[in-house]
Design a binder for this molecule. Structure first.
Ligand SMILES: [Zn+2]
Length: 400
């Protein structure tokens, strides 16, 4: 039964439609001006552009300094230096994780991300404290946003005794995905690292999401090994490699066979779209059939004060990074922030078709390219057929 109608929405193909919602799902889209539209509680969308809700496939909500005063970046130059700096800072923060994370999540939701994957640090020095906080956050916001989690061994697994056991505990508590990080560069034993990650994923029925910053041939060799373990464990379609800078450091002919394996095994690539050291060649990967999504990674944390949690901005950065200017390229950028993220995370009932969850947004723009260029904040976010945010703010905040 129709419970609400959003009238006069602009589709990406230029059509104007009315969108009918009921029981939290999309019942159908019909050309604007349907007689039925005026008999049901309706929202006049005034010809604004309709998009499916954004998918944020990679963020670290537990690390954020969101809502705190500006914190200059003091870390570096190498990744171990960033990790050590973060541990020092998080120990002395007096703002509770429950407040910082809730404020960031509200910001992400208000900008249209209604499914968020967050990596959660699991390490001996913090135990499962971050996992407990994130599970509480998920419960608190489950009506507004779907959160899924990765048990993330920031300090390594092989080189950090006790982490393996903590990751297993995290999975038992309800974390869905097994994380990994630079099996060679951080952990120093790539095969044992990957054996541990994939064995855990197999035993607990989980997917895998590995941070891979290692550059050049070392990185490419590890992608091949990740593909090997994916096959050996039957995890095709359930593995993501985050960052994969190495793919952006080599010529296309060097990575062609690896890219072919990624496509055939349905291993997704996530990029936060760095300028350096190497953004994966997104157009080439997509053309070869690899699923590529874009994500924020850290948002205002000890690694960097940048990031704003707006996936429309991230999609723009993707287009800008690769000098994309064609309408088809803008469509590809939006796809990386929506449908590709949904595919990578295995989200069913996603999209704007009949039967999809009624999670969408609309905003003042002529088309996708216009939306990316303007990145309007005055957008309306709808969850399950109900408006939950306008103009970049939740209608009702749950934190002070
Ligand atoms: Zn990350």
């Amino acid at each position: 039964m129709t419970e609400s109608v959003f009238t006069n929405l602009l589709l990406r193909d230029g059509q104007h439609v009315d969108l009918f919602c009921g029981s939290g799902h999309i019942l159908g889209l019909r050309p604007s001006g349907q007689p039925e539209s005026v008999r049901t509680p309706s929202v006049d969308c005034r010809g604004q552009l309709l998009l499916p809700a954004f998918i944020e496939p990679h963020v670290h909500i537990d690390k954020t300094l969101w809502s705190l005063p500006w914190h200059p970046s003091t870390a570096g130059p190498a990744i171990p230096d960033y990790i050590a700096n973060e541990r020092r800072l998080l120990k002395v923060l007096d703002s509770p994780i429950s407040v910082r994370s809730a404020k960031l999540l509200e910001n992400c939701i208000a900008h249209g991300s209604l499914h968020v994957r967050s990596h959660i640090d699991v390490a001996p020095d913090i135990g499962l404290s971050h996992v407990e906080a994130m599970l509480a956050l998920r419960e608190r916001y489950k009506d507004l946003c779907d959160l899924d989690f990765v048990a993330f061994p920031q300090m390594g697994i092989v080189s950090s005794p006790g982490t393996r056991e903590l990751m297993e505990e995290a999975l038992k508590f309800g974390v869905e995905t097994v994380g990994g990080i630079d099996p060679a560069g951080i952990d120093g034993d790539p095969i044992e690292h990957l054996r541990t990650v994939f064995s855990m994923a197999s035993r607990y029925g989980c997917g895998v999401d590995i941070h891979l910053h290692d550059p050049g041939e070392l990185g490419l060799w590890q992608i091949d090994r990740i593909a090997d373990f994916t096959v050996a464990n039957g995890l095709q379609g359930r593995v993501m490699i985050s960052h994969a800078y190495c793919l952006g450091m080599a010529e296309e002919r060097r990575i062609a066979s690896i890219v072919s394996r990624l496509a055939s095994l349905n291993i997704s690539i996530m990029t936060a779209v760095p300028i350096e050291p190497g953004a994966p060649p997104v157009a080439f990967l997509r053309a070869e059939g690899v699923n590529v999504c874009c994500g924020s990674d850290g948002i205002r944390d000890s690694w960097s004060p940048v990031g704003n949690g707006d996936m429309l901005d991230r999609a723009f950065l993707l287009a800008f990074r690769f000098d994309w200017t064609k309408d088809s390229e803008f469509e590809a950028a939006i796809d990386c922030a929506t449908y590709a993220g949904a595919k990578a995370l295995g989200i069913s009932d996603y999209g704007l078709e009949q039967g999809s969850r009624a999670d969408f947004l609309f905003l003042p723009a002529e088309n996708v390219g216009d939306a990316l260029c303007l990145r309007p904040r005055d957008r309306t976010v709808v969850r399950g057929g109900q408006i939950i945010a306008e103009n970049g703010r939740l209608k009702s905040s749950r934190v002070g």
